[in-house]
Ligand binder design. Structure first.
Ligand SMILES: NC(=O)c1ccc[n+]([C@@H]2O[C@H](COP(=O)([O-])OP(=O)(O)OC[C@H]3O[C@@H](n4cnc5c(N)ncnc54)[C@H](O)[C@@H]3O)[C@@H](O)[C@H]2O)c1
Length: 437
């Protein structure tokens, strides 16, 4: 039997042993999905805390169901380890480690490279390695393949190598790992065939493309599409401020057009692990080809302007009350980058709070999802949201529109509200207290 048919058979009868490197927002839901299909899954993570939690059956990712995780661990279908020794016993290894940017907005592939080096030391003929981390076109072929081939094995012949970008939208209940179409590209035809077979076992629709590079570009294009459209909405918000128009009214009316438009909204800036970072991966790679990605640069510029705009609107709002920013008391509502999520990575809220702290404002925040944070020397803990607290503040600054907050009640007790998310859209009383973005 050939290496390929052997692996295809193991995938088909679910006897393939699966390893997932990186037990985070992407890796853990994927590992659970594979376990639910009766694959034996091992999570590999350098965080001892995460490994121990999984082995105790304890969940730490909101998209994962607590009972499902506990059940899989108790049935021996999911376990986690701290090192890579297990790799030689695996048939499929999926990589979902971070791909951040350096301070100069260039790709930081150290996590992908470190993991690939660990795998290369233990690689066995017939294994499939699939990268799910978001990255620039060429990473799988130009960075991972040479490292893996230091094992003496040849890609697409002795082992299989593919890229299948993760599209998970944390907190989205409608589209999860299972029912979100999955794009797959291999470094050669055999790699594509086994990767498609593997992903088709758990994901309803798999979309093959002709190369790993094409799959890599698909993902960064998708996130660039979002970044550019959010930037356009943000730019219209900046213009509406000058025109004294309500941007939310204008956009909501525009989105009633049943074709040729899609809803994207302005906000205090972009956050999370994807939109602020991924387009710069593409921008960097394009420069290697002497090509300037103008839309990406412009979108980044506009989106990064938003925290400063919020600061300026906060000053204006306080000024209208006769309060100097340096003497002001501000309650921020929400610091997560997105509503109903516990993730504050790259959140513009943190940047805004840091700026307002530098202005001398006395700050408190409430976020039932993010109970504490440290950003650029500013450390804060969430406080309880009470009538007395709101009464005592000059301004309530809504930075994340979590659904567990009663905005009507907040407005009824606040002196002024600066709402960067249109969270108060349903509030009818005391609208004169609300300033929109
Ligand atoms: N979070 C999202 O919404 C999302 C969506 C789509 C794609 N992605 C992409 O998926 C990738 C992973 O993102 P995430 O949000 O799951 O990250 P995460 O930070 O939640 O998880 C990454 C995990 O990898 C582990 N890790 C790091 N280096 C390691 C190493 N050398 N060996 C073993 N484990 C290691 C970390 O301890 C962590 O548990 C990134 O490329 C990201 O851009 C993320």
């Amino acid at each position: 039997m050939s290496l390929k048919s052997d692996l295809l058979k193991k995938i088909s009868d679910h006897s393939a042993a699966v390893g997932v490197v990186g037990m985070g927002y992407v890796g853990l839901p994927f590992a659970v999905e594979k376990g639910k299909m009766e694959f034996r899954v091992v999570g590999i993570d350098r965080s001892a805390k995460r490994v121990d939690a999984i082995n105790r059956g304890e969940n730490f990712i909101s998209d994962v169901n607590d009972d499902e995780l506990r059940d899989l661990v108790s049935r021996g279908l999911l376990r986690a380890v701290n090192d890579f020794d297990v790799v030689s016993d695996l048939d499929v290894i999926v990589i979902a480690v971070p791909t951040p940017l350096t301070r100069n907005l260039t790709p930081d592939l150290q996590y992908v490279e470190n993991v690939t080096r660990e795998l290369s030391k233990r690689l066995k003929p017939g294994q499939l390695v699939s990268l799910e981390s978001t990255t620039y076109p060429g990473t799988t072929d130009e960075v991972m393949k040479p490292i893996l081939e230091t094992s003496g094995l040849t890609a697409d012949k002795d082992f299989f190598l593919a890229h299948s970008p993760e599209r998970v939208d944390p907190g989205n209940r409608r589209y999860t790992t299972k029912n979100t179409n999955k794009v797959v590209g291999g470094v050669g035809p055999d790699s594509l065939e086994v990767a498609v077979a593997f992903y088709s076992k758990t994901i309803e629709t798999v979309v093959p493309v002709s190369s790993a590079r094409a799959a890599e570009l698909v993902k960064v294009y998708e996130n660039t599409f979002r970044a550019v459209n959010i930037a356009l909405a943000n730019e219209v918000a900046l213009l509406c401020d000058r025109m004294d128009l309500n941007v939310w009214e204008v956009l909501d009316a525009a989105f009633t057009k049943p074709f040729g438009i899609m809803p994207f909204y302005p906000g205090p800036g972009v956050g999370g692990h994807c939109i602020p970072l991924d387009p710069h991966y593409l921008e960097w790679k394009a420069k290697e080809l002497n090509f300037n990605t103008h839309f990406i640069a412009l979108a980044g510029e506009v989106n990064r302007m938003m925290p400063e705009f919020v600061r300026m609107k906060a000053w204006r709002t306080l000024n209208n009350l006769g309060v100097a920013p340096s003497n002001s008391k501000i309650l921020a509502l929400g610091v997560a980058y997105k509503k109903d999520l516990d993730d504050s990575r790259e959140s513009p809220a943190l940047v805004i709070l840091k700026m307002l702290a530098e202005d001398g404002a006395s700050l408190v925040y409430h976020d039932s999802f993010v109970t504490e944070f440290t950003h650029d020397g500013l450390s804060m803990e969430s406080v309880e949201l009470t009538e007395e607290l709101i009464d005592s503040q000059d301004m309530v600054l809504i930075l994340t529109d979590h659904t567990d907050v009663d905005y009507d009640w907040v407005v009824s007790h606040a002196k002024s509200v600066l709402d960067t998310r249109n969270a108060c859209r349903g509030v009818t009383n005391h609208r004169e207290r609300i300033t929109l973005l």
